[in-house]
Design a protein around this ligand. Structure first.
Ligand code: ADP
Ligand code: MG
Length: 705
């Protein structure tokens, strides 16, 4: 390849793929020095350049003549640098002024304490300032505007008014990169292989990849840009959806899972153990799960339902169903605290049964761990609960029939794939309390079937949330104490203030002292934080659950899953530091029993966005509505963190904005895979290659082609 990509051979001797692999240094206008800078942007080959899409566009038609500027409104101005002046010197005092001329009108950009800005401008340069203009003594000024240096020729050609704006690195200017890209697009865009058959393009009203690449970099109009974006986003989403559809198909055709039907007798034996009647939603979910497990192919089901709606008991049912058929079941929890809580719950539920339970987690001694592993392998344990230790450890099961993952949003797609191989294709149930918008669900869990618990168990009391400021805090603490005196319990959540856990703990302990000496002086307080050992944490939670302590002062370790129905009070300090989903999870701790729950959030100095979040939290207790609100406020970024979910990041697609394309791509992908399950037809081969190269490992598609 390296030989092929040296420019000594003529272009006609090289294949399009080889030419696209040309190192950037040989692209016209680049050279070794710029190549090094481009490398920093991850751009090594001509193809990299083509697929380095603009992060934005500057619409020259949108520019504002200086004569028409309005104060304090975000505007962009184009002009020529007339003069650069420096007042004061050194960091801390200097003011740089750059005077820009546009015909007879002037605007000054100013920078405080950024003396190096002076070297960035030269007289006569064409520049574009974006910012908030102000009139100072009858003259226009813009403080710390965003600057673009432009080529005087740019935008002069007809229809070329939308200029691409690329991500930059020190030493490369926007105008350089544009020139390089113009060259790259000219020379290489038509060499990129078309992955779609022509009939497919026509049927879906998509442009060819060559045209698309031209238009995404140098659109002739907004409409052209739209077309290009649509094609690229559609392709991105289709490829992912094909990956998910292939994965689904693979799982459905392996046919290796044990068939475990829920006979009337088994059903009666299981439900007899439950301390309460199941709700219709729980029944329905159980029915769907049992139907899946009766089939000789692995179940892949997501059980979703808001915090506190009662997912655990559904999982217990599924696990006992596996055990009734002589198989083993494993449940994975995201934290040790939660794993141990599940152990306690299950131990109680299974008191009068012969089911053998064990915990497998990081907190065990080497000896305990060894013993448990041995019993698991020998089939002397029916049901194991644990943390990732099961996942990454060397756990061998005698016959693993079912895996349950609690709080799935804490695990990634790839981790699911890894665990899959732990046993001989068990059934699979994943549970999440984080309600997610439809398009996100389609994307993250596109390969799963979904059951939903919509309504909480009967008898739930309402949950009230308050955003309390100033003196009202005193009133809240009064209320808090009164409730404690009537026998209820409560949490106080302290946010992670510093990156370092050390400081976090110090902060938590300081708050604890403060509460113990003031607001909550007369009460029994417990403390739990991330630096404690698993044992210590468990102890603190156990004491709290048993009522030994009345108030638990904690970091967000109690965020997920903790179930102490007598706890009805929650104070969240520094609530502006938490995300909406997290706040909702925490609040879910105090609406789990027969008493009404009260959650109070304190915010020290909330930003506008934080205020919106907290207002949304106060206004709605419905997790699904909140998820939508969160999605609107924040976008899907965090939900789709690639580290969290093990998927490569999206280039262009935005699940919020592009919801319609996501749906379309999903439907098309399912259709395609139904028609051609291995994507083996000649017209699909290129597409299959693309899917495998992008998602093959993330989605564990090893067996496809
Ligand atoms: P989550 O869905 O958040 O995991 P849990 O499974 O922890 O919720 O259930 C929350 C609380 O509701 C628990 O205390 C549980 O015992 C109780 N619960 C669950 N199902 C029912 C039911 N059908 N009737 C009464 N209480 C129930
Ligand atoms: Mg739970």
């Amino acid at each position: 390849m390296s030989e092929a990509s040296t420019p000594t051979r003529t272009n006609s001797q090289r294949s399009p793929a080889e030419r696209l692999a040309t190192p950037v240094t040989f692209v016209k206008g680049v050279g070794p020095q710029r190549a090094e800078l481009l490398e920093r942007l991850g751009l090594r080959t001509a193809a990299d350049l083509l697929f380095n899409f603009p992060r934005d566009y500057q619409d020259l038609a949108d520019l504002c003549p200086i004569a028409n500027l309005e104060e304090d409104k975000l505007q962009s101005v184009r002009g020529t640098v007339e003069e650069v002046d420096i007042r004061g010197s050194g960091v801390g005092k200097s003011v740089i002024g750059v005077l820009v001329r546009q015909d007879r009108h002037y605007l000054r950009g100013i920078w405080f304490n950024m003396p190096y800005m002076a070297d960035r401008f030269k007289r006569g340069q064409a520049v574009l300032f974006s910012g908030l203009p102000r009139l100072k003594g009858g003259r226009w000024e813009m403080s710390h505007p965003r600057v673009q240096w432009i080529d005087p020729e740019e935008g002069k050609e007809p229809g070329g008014e939308l200029l691409p704006v690329y991500s930059l690195t020190e030493g490369i200017k926007q105008s350089h990169l544009r020139k390089i890209l113009r060259q790259a697009v000219e020379t290489y865009a038509d060499l990129v292989e078309e992955r779609f058959a022509e009939t497919f393009l026509a049927a879906h009203h998509l442009q060819s990849i060559g045209v698309t690449l031209r238009q995404i970099h140098f659109p002739q109009s907004r409409a052209d840009l739209q077309q290009a974006r649509r094609r690229l986003i559609y392709q991105e989403m289709l490829v992912l959806q094909l990956g998910l559809a292939l994965r689904r198909n693979l799982q459905n055709t392996r046919q290796l899972a044990p068939s475990m039907p829920a006979t009337a007798q088994i059903d009666a034996r299981i439900t007899r153990l439950f301390p309460f009647p199941l709700t219709p939603d729980q029944r329905q979910s159980i029915g769907e799960i049992a139907a899946d497990m009766a089939r000789p192919m692995p179940m892949n089901r997501l059980l979703q339902g808001d915090v506190g709606c009662g997912k655990t008991i559904v999982a217990v049912y599924a696990m006992l169903l596996a055990v009734a058929h002589g198989a083993q079941a494993a449940m994975m929890a995201p934290t040790e605290v939660l794993a141990r809580q599940h152990l306690r719950t299950f131990t109680k539920l299974l008191e009068n049964s012969r089911v053998r339970l064990a915990l497998l987690s990081g907190g065990l001694s080497a000896k305990e761990r060894q013993e448990t592993l041995q019993k698991l392998a020998a089939g002397e344990i029916d049901l194991v609960i644990g943390t990732q230790a099961i996942l990454y450890g060397d756990a061998q099961f005698k016959q693993l029939g079912l895996v349950v993952i609690d709080e799935q949003h804490k695990f990634g797609v790839r981790q699911r794939a890894t665990l899959k191989q732990a046993g001989a294709d068990p059934h699979y149930l994943v549970m999440t309390a984080t309600p997610i918008p439809r398009t996100v669900a389609m994307t993250l869990y596109g390969d799963l079937d979904v059951s939903t618990i919509a309504a909480a168990p009967p008898g739930r009391q309402p949950l009230k949330t308050y955003l309390v400021e100033g003196e009202n805090r005193v009133k809240w603490w009064d209320f808090f104490r009164n409730q404690l005196r009537t026998g209820r319990q409560g949490y106080v959540i302290v946010p992670l203030v510093e990156e370092s856990e050390h400081v976090e703990t110090a902060n938590l302990e300081a708050t604890f002292e403060e509460l113990a000496n003031n607001e909550l002086e007369a009460f029994r307080l417990g403390l739990v934080h991330g630096r404690m050992t698993a044992e210590e944490k468990d102890h603190a939670l156990h004491d709290f659950a048993a009522g030994v302590t009345q108030v638990l002062v904690a970091t967000s370790v109690v965020e997920v899953g903790i179930d102490v129905p007598n706890a009805t009070l929650m104070t969240i300090l520094g609530a502006d530091r938490f995300g909406l989903a997290q706040l909702h999870q925490m609040r879910g701790r105090v609406s789990r029993g027969k008493f009404p729950g009260y959650c109070c959030v304190f915010a020290d100095d909330p930003s506008e966005e934080a205020t919106k979040r907290l207002t949304a939290l106060v206004e709605t207790t419905d997790g699904f509505k909140l998820a939508e609100a969160d999605f609107q406020l924040r976008g899907p970024g965090e939900l789709l963190g690639t580290r969290q979910h093990g998927l490569p990041p999206f280039h262009l697609a935005d699940l919020k904005r592009d919801a319609a394309i996501v749906s379309e791509a999903r439907d098309d992908a399912r259709k395609l895979v139904a028609e051609d399950p291995g994507l083996a037809k000649p017209e699909h081969v290129k597409l299959r290659k693309l899917v495998l190269s992008k998602y093959g490992s993330a989605l564990d598609l090893g067996d496809v082609g």
